[in-house]
Design a protein around this ligand. Structure first.
Ligand SMILES: NC(=O)c1ccc[n+]([C@@H]2O[C@H](COP(=O)([O-])OP(=O)(O)OC[C@H]3O[C@@H](n4cnc5c(N)ncnc54)[C@H](O)[C@@H]3O)[C@@H](O)[C@H]2O)c1
Ligand SMILES: [Zn+2]
Length: 371
């Protein structure tokens, strides 16, 4: 087992990464000295596979767990489901020292974390991430929340988990497309902070795609170290934490104009990272060879790296980017790369350059999106 610490004074916690961890959930929670009552929040795809072992482990350690199963998918991340959880927590008489276990991908983690942040003005919670994306990204750092009709993640809080337990065995059942989407975030960490990680990914990509546990464990731990360090320096995203958004400005725009239907998040940011790399070559000195390495690695990971947009879709993309909640005073700011392993934040990019970055890629024939 690998352990990564997230040092945040009294809110410090550890991320444990390895095989067979679900069976140890109860013992790990016992070490946190929490109350006896707890709720495991999961979703309809994850619960049938993993709720059984999680509940058994908690019961064996003396806890009294309640299982709440949410629908699977992004649309579950909404206020009505938060309300349903509150009612059931109250019926099960969860108290201030009771806790919540989020068992699932980023959707469950964000929703269950938000419930934990707000029920009784905040109770402890434990993240048990079961997707690659959740293990390297969403389970770490304490951002929790739900979507509104007006946009993603518009209601939320910062509420750090007390523990993150990333059981590599759960990744064996993850659909291939979800695994590849998670790899987009993994590749992002290489670009923003660690050229050696990027080189390792170039070397070991086939092992990752084959879900080799040793390689997965080492790479996930490195991504968590990077995220932990960023969060340590900037817990509430007043500055540095924005580097985690490399490729996300255009990526979020693409997700929005396709109404969150066409792309998985990782797929949209793969396209966004290539576009950001192209812009970086013009504005921040990323060598052309760096752009090609980024594009090539993403392609090998089976991720899309280009999109062809019609005139109206281009305008829709620029408008959607203006509406991103990270925009301040109407200025879209980009994270750009100086080289692989080093980025700079707060770069303003003329709209014409943004569209150009999407255009100056080898193009497929037909229009990919209908607004
Ligand atoms: N809080 C943060 O800092 C943060 C960071 C990044 C992303 N997010 C959020 O994370 C969400 C995306 O998370 P995700 O990509 O994990 O999606 P997800 O939670 O929807 O999971 C993807 C799909 O895989 C299924 N699944 C999960 N684990 C499985 C397993 N082990 N075996 C088989 N199927 C499994 C789920 O039921 C779901 O259908 C978005 O809502 C995004 O906003 C949050
Ligand atoms: Zn992301």
């Amino acid at each position: 087992m690998r352990i990564v610490k997230v040092p945040l004074d009294r809110r410090s916690y550890s991320i444990r990464i390895g095989g067979g961890l679900l069976a140890r959930l109860g013992d790990e929670c016992a070490r946190l000295k929490l109350g006896r009552r707890c709720a495991v929040i999961s979703d309809a795809r994850v619960a049938p596979r993993y709720a059984g072992p999680a509940l058994s482990s908690l019961k064996a350690a003396g806890f009294d767990p309640l299982l709440l199963t949410m629908p699977a998918g992004e649309t579950a991340k909404r206020i009505v489901n938060v309300q349903r959880c509150y009612d059931q927590l109250a019926a099960h008489r969860l108290e201030r020292n009771s806790f919540i276990v989020a068992l699932g991908g980023g959707v469950v983690g964000d929703l269950a974390g938000f419930v934990a942040a707000t029920y009784l003005r905040g109770i402890p919670f434990v993240q048990v991430p079961t997707t690659l994306l959740a293990q390297v990204d969403s389970s770490v750092g304490g951002k929790v929340g739900v979507n509104l009709k007006a946009g993603k993640n518009l209601v939320g809080a910062f509420h750090q988990p007390r523990l993150v337990l990333a059981d590599l065995d759960t990744l064996t059942t993850l659909p291939e497309r979800e695994l590849r989407a998670g790899l987009a975030e993994v590749i992002k960490y290489g670009i923003i902070a660690d050229v050696a990680l990027f080189e390792r990914l170039e070397r070991d990509l086939s092992r990752l795609l084959a879900r080799d546990p040793a390689t997965l464990g080492a790479v996930i731990a490195r991504c968590c170290e990077i995220k932990a360090e960023v969060v340590r320096q900037d817990e509430t995203e007043t500055g540095l934490r924005a580097i985690l958004n490399f490729g996300h400005t255009i990526g979020h725009g693409l997700e929005a104009i396709s109404r969150y239907g066409k792309y998985l998040h990782g797929e949209a940011i793969a396209i966004g990272m290539v576009a950001a790399a192209v812009i970086s070559a013009q504005q921040t000195g990323l060598p052309a060879a760096g752009v090609e390495r980024i594009r090539h690695l993403l392609e090998r990971a089976g991720l899309p790296t280009r999109v062809r947009l019609g005139e109206r879709q281009q305008q829709a993309l620029l408008t959607a980017m203006q509406h991103d909640k990270k925009v301040s005073a109407g200025e879209v700011r980009f994270v750009l790369a100086k080289r692989i392993g080093e980025v700079v934040m707060g770069q303003s990019v003329p709209p014409a350059f943004i569209l150009e970055s999407l255009r100056c890629q080898p193009e497929p024939r037909t229009s990919d999106l209908r607004p």
